[in-house]
Design a protein around this ligand. Structure first.
Ligand code: IMP
Length: 427
């Protein structure tokens, strides 16, 4: 059985939750490898509608073990609240596990995320303010506290005392904020530790065991390629590696084990937060897409910036990740538009280019070069076979496929599991 990674091809919010939920019905393990509760995956299935931030979208498959890997940063309050909500609504969480190596989001991370954003003024990144960036900073600075650490209360107290001294100095001396209390933070996290203990495992071993049994393992991406710390629109990026390369270090999995890398693309583009987005529509069409698709953040409720499909971004993303297939989502959102545009290149300082500049400032200066295509102006949510799509829709999809440069496996034409066209079987 293969290992399939499901990766966001744009700026996140591509609809990965639905695709994972769909494919996860066959899986024995679904694992997250990066990000934290900055992610928000909306899943609509027979259990109802769910907004998940940390728990893998495979939780609805009673046969699948769900793993939150070492590459994820965990806010224990959010994780436990999500578990409580799932249990209340009848979803079994007995096979949910978190890595003992995953770093914890601490109260000072959340405070610092907001204080750092405020200090950036007009240059703010537009983070989700969930403490994700500062938690990864501490991981790299070797000041992090991992889930496994809070299970040993003596060692945890010692480590927290050391780190908190340092953090309180920054909070008070740099930002003029109030310090955090060691006693309160310690006792709160010890309580979290008691509740988290049954979930904490050496998950990298679990993943390898699943592979040696031949189980179908799904690797659930969060965020998207253009938010990658190295290959995204730096500095307007997240602090982790949402690309296929992040899977290996975020789970302890060898790169040779990943067989399929499915890139999830929205049929248009959205972005939340600051930073360049060449195909952004600040006009009536952008507004129409946002309202029709309810493009508001699952995590922060912020309005998402909407624009045309960017073929330059898509191609870059396919190359960085090595996509073997595509899941195209929200095609039905475009039903009402008489004319569609696809960005096939950029005009940068007088030259036409077909690659993505590495500098955000250069990308900001890029003017999209568009190919126009006729819209189909007919509802497609009921379509289940590619041959039954209106010809304009199949031409649009085929053009996107050409631009990305790999085959389309799935097309999503609505939020529910059934509203999916299987163009080419994944398995
Ligand atoms: P952070 O990840 O909270 O530090 O935010 C950094 C940037 O990534 C901001 O522009 C956020 O809006 C964006 N971001 C983080 N997570 C997501 C996501 O799940 N979907 C879309 N954008 C995200």
């Amino acid at each position: 059985m293969p290992v399939i990674a499901i990766i966001g091809g744009q700026w996140g919010d591509e609809g990965k939750g639905k695709i994972v939920d769909l494919v996860a019905r066959e899986a024995k393990m679904v694992a997250r490898f990066s990000g934290g509760n900055n992610a928000g995956h909306t899943v609509v299935n027979p259990y109802g509608e769910f907004r998940l931030h940390l728990v893998p979208s495979g939780i609805f498959n009673p046969q699948a073990a769900c793993v939150v890997g070492n590459g994820v940063v965990i806010d224990p309050a959010v994780f436990l609240e999500e578990v409580d909500q799932l249990q209340k609504r009848g979803v079994n969480t007995d096979r949910l596990f978190i890595s003992d190596r995953a770093h914890l989001i601490m109260p000072y991370h959340i405070l610092l995320d907001a204080l750092e954003e405020e200090s950036r003024g007009g240059g703010a990144l537009g983070t989700t303010r969930k403490g994700v960036g500062p938690a990864y900073v501490d991981k790299t600075a070797r000041l992090g506290i991992r889930t496994g650490d809070i299970l040993d209360s003596g060692l945890f107290r010692e480590r927290l005392g050391f780190v908190l001294n340092y953090k309180n100095a920054i909070l008070t001396k740099v930002y003029g904020a109030a310090p955090l209390s060691l006693e309160e933070t310690y006792s709160q996290y010890c309580q979290y530790g008691q509740r988290l203990a049954p979930f904490i495992r050496e998950t990298n071993t679990m993943v390898r065991e699943a592979l040696s049994r031949g189980d179908l393992v799904l690797l659930e991406g969060a965020q998207g390629t253009m938010l990658d710390l190295d290959f995204g629109t730096y500095p307007y990026v997240t602090s982790s590696s949402p690309i296929a390369g992040g899977v290996c270090s975020g789970l302890g999995l060898s790169p040779t084990k990943i067989e399929h890398i499915l890139g999830v693309f929205k049929s248009y583009t959205t972005r939340v937060g600051s930073g360049p987005m060449p195909t952004e529509l600040k006009d009536e069409t952008g507004h129409l897409i946002r309202e029709r698709a309810q493009e508001y953040g699952t995590t922060t409720g912020r309005a998402r910036r909407c624009g045309w499909f960017d073929g330059v971004v898509a191609r870059f993303s396919a190359e960085i990740n090595g996509f073997t297939g595509i899941a195209l989502t929200r095609l039905d959102v475009l039903d009402i538009l008489p004319q569609l545009k696809i960005c096939t290149g950029y005009k940068l300082d007088g030259d036409i280019i077909d690659h993505l500049p590495s500098s955000a400032a250069a990308l900001e200066r890029c003017q999209p070069v568009y190919q126009e295509m006729a819209g189909w102006q007919t509802p497609i949510s009921q379509v289940r076979r590619f041959e039954d799509l209106p010809p304009e829709a199949s031409r649009y999809v085929t053009r996107l496929q050409e631009l990305v440069g790999c085959p389309i496996n799935l097309i999503s034409v609505g939020p529910s599991r059934e509203q999916t066209i299987e163009v080419k079987p994944l398995l």
